[in-house]
Design a protein around this ligand. Structure first.
Ligand SMILES: Cc1cc2nc3c(=O)[nH]c(=O)nc-3n(C[C@H](O)[C@H](O)[C@H](O)COP(=O)(O)O)c2cc1C
Length: 403
């Protein structure tokens, strides 16, 4: 016979953990994957805002393919190697980044959460990685520089129809001490974001009968929106309107290599071109002397069916060789994705939604959680792959299944 006794508090408390009694079920601290952060984000953010972040263009084929391709990857780990200590750093633009992922530029970050761009940039500094401020940021070039003095800062440039603004933005980025300009070239017009059209999203969000009903569901988000600085392009004046109207009124569809050459001559920092989706363009840009490329389909938000950057990468490497810095982005939502990208030849992997889910879920604490999740997964994947440093990865340690 098993002897029983009345449960003592000490037995129960050690099982329950007093801390967990007081941790809300949707606290970001409980999330152990980016997908869990996404679920919390969805519960805390109005649908139009969540969809703006989560969604993509057309049928969202490029976005979903970019995610699926990581699932089709197969690792061939090495064993019996001492991996007690791992070094997760990479070199990008001649400087060390503590981790192989960087925060990509995202517009309107203060719409996702009022703490916005400064929160993301601060977390980048804490983790020793670069942060890129978008031209469509809701924090200005100067305010971001002041709020994140210790962050490695890049500025993402869109070339606007209004030519005067490009001179102004480049000068301001130089004066504020940004290390690099990342020129995005996949945005000559806005993509067809079906979810935004369906939701009637305007920036800034407008008060309508629908939004008033929404306020009752997300009072905290609306309270923060209405009691903090107005949402606007902080680096430039804009008229507002739907997302498509805004984009098409500012993007310049007539940009060419002459604009890249103009930038090469007038910007004295590092120059990155983002949105490259073709081997011939990659070669042309490397030949023109740019410092780095980002193979990107804008997270699937522009041309639906555009190539998956991870699949384009080996073709670009074959053309330009191992030397040029070639980053990728799109679909990376865990540390194993990032390690796989490096194994396939990327200099680093930019992440967008991964940190945006974090900020929507819990402001700066959520971004920190997202970075912690990715860092932990990178370290764990490296150990399980049997590598101490990322440059020990060899192409034959990762393979796209059925290719
Ligand atoms: C909400 C949102 C806003 C974005 N805004 C910009 C932008 O202003 N400029 C830009 O070059 N890319 C922008 N991007 C694209 C990202 O920089 C990046 O290419 C993409 O998010 C990578 O895919 P991932 O989200 O799957 O990581 C945006 C992406 C999202 C999700």
């Amino acid at each position: 016979m098993v002897k029983r006794h009345v449960p003592r508090w000490s037995d129960v408390s050690s099982l329950v953990g007093v801390k967990s009694l007081f941790t809300r079920h949707n606290s970001v601290d409980k999330a152990v994957t980016i997908w869990q952060l996404r679920a919390i984000a969805q519960s805390k953010t109005p649908r139009a805002v969540f969809d703006y972040t989560d969604g993509a263009a057309g049928e969202e084929l490029s976005m979903n393919r970019s995610r699926e391709v990581y699932r089709d990857l197969e690792f061939y780990p090495r064993v019996l190697r001492d991996v007690a200590k791992v070094d997760t750093s990479v070199t990008v633009l001649g400087q060390r980044s503590e981790l192989p992922f960087f925060f990509s530029p995202t517009g309107f970050t203060r719409m996702m959460h009022y703490e916005g761009e400064p929160a993301v940039a601060q977390v980048a500094a804490e983790f020793g990685i670069p942060y890129t401020l978008s031209t469509l940021g809701t924090t200005s070039i100067e305010d971001l520089a002041a709020a994140a003095p210790d962050t490695r800062k890049w500025f993402q440039l869109y070339l606007w129809r209004d030519k005067a603004s490009r001179f102004e933005l480049v000068d301001r980025a130089a004066a504020a001490g940004y290390e690099a300009i990342m020129l995005t070239v996949d945005t000559v017009v806005g993509g067809m974001r079906v979810r935004d059209v369906r939701n009637g999203l305007t920036i800034p969000p407008q008060l309508s009968a629908k939004t008033l009903a929404d306020m009752a569901r997300y009072p905290k988000w609306w309270g923060n929106l209405l009691t903090t600085a107005p949402l606007e392009f902080a680096s430039l004046k804009s008229t507002g309107g739907t997302v498509a109207e805004l984009m098409n009124s500012v993007f310049d569809p007539s940009i060419t290599m002459d604009d890249v050459k103009w930038l090469r001559d007038n910007w004295h920092g590092k120059l990155i071109i983002k949105g490259v989706q073709n081997v011939a363009d990659a070669q042309m840009l490397i030949d023109a002397g740019v410092d780095a490329l980002v193979l990107s389909n804008h997270g699937g938000r522009q041309l639906d069916r555009s190539v998956v950057p991870l699949e384009l990468l080996p073709q670009v490497r074959a053309a330009v060789g191992a030397e040029p810095e070639v980053m990728i982005d799109g679909g990376a939502l865990c540390g194993a994705d990032i390690v796989a990208g490096i194994a396939m030849g990327a200099t680093g992997v930019l992440v967008g939604r991964a940190y945006l889910y974090g900020i929507m879920a819990g402001g700066i604490a959520g971004v920190r959680r997202a970075a912690t999740i990715l860092k932990t997964e990178v370290e764990q994947t490296m150990r399980l792959m049997g590598i101490k440093q990322l440059d020990e990865l060899e192409p034959n340690m990762v393979r796209l299944r059925n290719k």
